[in-house]
Design a protein around this ligand. Structure first.
Ligand code: NAD
Length: 351
């Protein structure tokens, strides 16, 4: 039996859900949409969807068993709870809510109704992320101890509702939630400290250029940076491991691993090296014979795994990949990062 899906909020991201499900997920039929804007409803009609005149009409449509919520962030909590209570399974866009407490309310409704609730953390299937994960999991650079994960642009202000606090705008909630989720997938261990540097260069209301530091229980640390004011880009990933360094340049995933050769012992008694900035041993270039270059690992990156998993959970009782409990930890980290910004310093946490 096909699952019948309706989309709430038929804006930019909804079009993406609609198109991709239609082309790639045969077990789901996108049937209808509901939006508060007439132009959005017109678009949904043009794309062959039934347009509901109210939320109540959508919730009362017995054919619909799955709803995707793609509205601005401040509506996620209320709409998710309404849908769950109407007996629908729910996929909610990220950030799932504005804070951890709101998500706990949704989780209580999911428990009470026994319906599925998941969050569209689609960047778990980004190729650059999967490359880094595979390299770490396979020990390709030894033990990672400091990772830098960046998305940088120079387009200035946050667009539309993303520039308003009331709508849950700002970079930490918009992109932060993706990069923190990825970080916590790489290191599924306790986060023990957070330090947020949130800059508002283009807005009086929300953060738009941010640097976040997370420290994990094992001692591994991550710097996450998201910028809209960066005119000279740094690599998407720079990962320091005990046995080498990994760089992924950008979303096209050019990059490399440079690691120590097993037979590449360096003789410290070698003469001091004279660089343009004077003599040094520690910071001089390493003799070439002591390192080797390796390509980044091959990975299969397929975003459709997200909805395939939703179908598998509903039809075959499979394990949900993006779990509300994981999103709750991410939201707790985000709450702590806002508190760190407020305090003006790093904070110890136990998340
Ligand atoms: P958008 O502004 O393009 O679309 C939002 C739509 O929701 C609009 O058509 C608006 O009229 C409608 N809407 C507003 N309030 C509503 C309500 N109460 N009920 C019904 N419809 C309502 O925004 P967008 O870029 O599509 O973002 C939507 C959501 O998707 C956000 O949560 C955003 O963070 C998320 N998103 C996720 C990704 C991703 O990669 N996972 C990418 C972009 C956006």
């Amino acid at each position: 039996m096909k699952h019948r899906l309706a989309i709430i909020g038929y804006g930019g991201m909804a079009g993406w859900h609609h198109q991709n499900i239609k082309e790639k997920i045969p077990a789901i039929e996108v049937v209808g949409a509901y939006d508060v804007r007439e132009e959005a409803n017109e678009k949904a009609r043009e794309n062959g969807l039934k347009v509901y005149s109210s939320l109540a009409e959508l919730l009362g449509d017995k054919r619909i068993d799955l709803v995707t919520i793609a509205t601005p962030n401040d509506f996620h909590r209320g709409l998710s709870i309404d849908c769950l209570r109407a007996g629908k399974n729910v996929v909610c866009e990220k950030p799932v809510t504005l804070n951890a407490k709101e998500l706990e309310d949704i989780m209580a409704a999911a428990k009470e109704t026994g319906k599925l609730f998941s969050i569209h953390q689609n960047r778990r299937w980004d190729r650059d992320f999967l490359i880094v994960k595979k390299a770490i999991d396979e020990g390709m650079i030894g033990t990672p101890y400091f990772l830098e994960s960046r998305v940088q642009g120079s387009r200035g202000a946050m667009h539309g509702w993303r520039g308003h606090k009331q709508n849950g705008g700002g970079m930490l909630l918009d992109w932060g939630v993706h990069l923190i989720d990825q970080a916590m997938q790489l290191f599924p261990e306790k986060v023990v400290s957070v330090d947020a540097h949130l800059f508002s260069l283009y807005s009086d209301e929300v953060d738009d250029n941010i640097k976040l530091l997370l420290r994990f229980e094992s001692g591994t640390s991550m710097l996450l940076e998201m910028a809209t004011n960066c005119f000279i880009l740094q690599p998407r990933w720079h990962v320091s491991g005990t046995g080498g360094t990994l760089v992924v340049e950008d979303w096209s995933c050019k990059g490399k691993i440079v690691k120590l050769r097993e037979d590449g012992e360096m003789a410290w008694e070698d003469d001091i090296v004279y660089t343009e900035a004077g003599p040094t041993r520690t910071m001089a270039p390493r003799p070439r014979h002591t390192t080797e270059e390796a390509p980044l690992p091959e990975v299969r990156a397929d975003w459709t795994e997200y909805y395939k998993n939703i179908v598998d959970v509903l039809d075959r009782g499979a394990e949900l990949i993006v779990k509300p409990e994981e999103a709750l930890r991410v939201m707790k980290v985000i709450d702590a990062l806002f508190a760190s910004q407020e305090a003006g310093c790093g904070l110890k946490v136990d998340i």
